[in-house]
Design a protein around this ligand. Structure first.
Ligand SMILES: Nc1nc2c(ncn2[C@@H]2O[C@H](COP(=O)(O)OP(=O)(O)O)[C@@H](O)[C@H]2O)c(=O)[nH]1
Ligand SMILES: Nc1ncnc2c1ncn2[C@@H]1O[C@H](COP(=O)(O)OP(=O)(O)O)[C@@H](O)[C@H]1O
Length: 219
């Protein structure tokens, strides 16, 4: 998957797929929102899910909330770039908006689990940059799930018991960030994205840019 966009310095560059994963409650939604607000050229991939809407969530913005029959039809029609079952619900990435953003030269941010990350890597390894967010401790994780105050005690228990499973995949990720403090964690995630945007192989316009510079030097 390639794109013909331009970096902030005007050199043409390939779009990248920036993936954040973590156990539930470690802070990936918070960090994703900060990235979208503060990093131009980055677009959120809005997943489809069969889970029910939490208070404050907006259909089409946080997720596209669908029933199981609709989700299954999307899978059948190959409309999802990847999909997985998490906490007994189906989650998947609609293909169209991702492909449109990448070909318009934007980077795409994904808040998806390890299963989805593996599927994206199989499809486009060179374009995927993956970051795993860890909580500082189990008690912080539990506190955060409670402080979010959007899930029942039973749902929180389920998410805590799945945290260890999700975390066992940390070593499959390119970068690991421990979310002690939101501002520090954000600065780290932002630095990763900024550096990855500057990778030589992503700056497809460099050959002609350098040729232009050489021409100026000779002329
Ligand atoms: N594979 C995959 N995982 C997703 C997708 N959307 C969300 N997830 C993951 O599903 C899990 C549960 O998400 P959610 O119910 O919003 O709870 P959260 O963990 O508190 O954000 C998280 O690990 C998300 O990263 C998707 O499109 N594909
Ligand atoms: N570094 C942090 N310190 C304290 N609370 C945090 C921190 N990062 C996130 N939170 C809070 O923890 C809760 C869970 O964060 P959220 O971003 O929803 O996690 P996730 O998307 O990984 O499930 C939210 O109430 C959020 O405001």
């Amino acid at each position: 998957m390639t794109s013909g966009g331009h970096g902030t310095d005007g050199v043409e560059r390939r779009g990248l797929m920036f993936v954040l994963s973590s156990p539930s409650g470690a802070g990936k939604t918070t960090l994703s929102r900060m990235l979208i607000d503060r990093m131009p050229g980055l677009k959120m991939s809005v997943s489809a899910t069969t889970r029910s809407m939490r208070p404050g969530e907006v259909n089409g913005k946080d997720y596209t909330f669908v029933d199981k029959a609709t989700f299954d039809a999307m899978v059948k029609a190959d409309e999802l770039l990847e999909w997985a079952t998490v906490f007994d619900n189906s989650y998947g990435t609609p293909r169209g908006p991702v492909e449109a953003a990448l070909s318009a030269g934007q980077d795409v941010l994904f808040d998806i689990d390890w299963q989805g990350t593996q599927q994206l890597k199989q499809k486009a390894r060179a374009d995927v940059v993956s970051v795993f967010i860890l909580p500082p401790s189990a008690s912080d994780l539990e506190k955060r799930l409670h402080s979010r105050a959007q899930d029942s005690d039973e749902v929180i228990r389920k998410r805590m018991s799945r945290a260890s499973d999700e975390m066992s995949h940390w070593a499959e990720y390119d970068y690991i960030v421990i979310n002690h403090n939101v501002d520090d964690a954000f600065a780290e995630v932002q630095s990763i994205l900024k550096a990855e945007r500057l990778k030589r192989e992503r700056q497809t316009g460099l050959v002609s840019f350098v040729r232009g510079l050489q021409g100026q030097l000779q002329g």
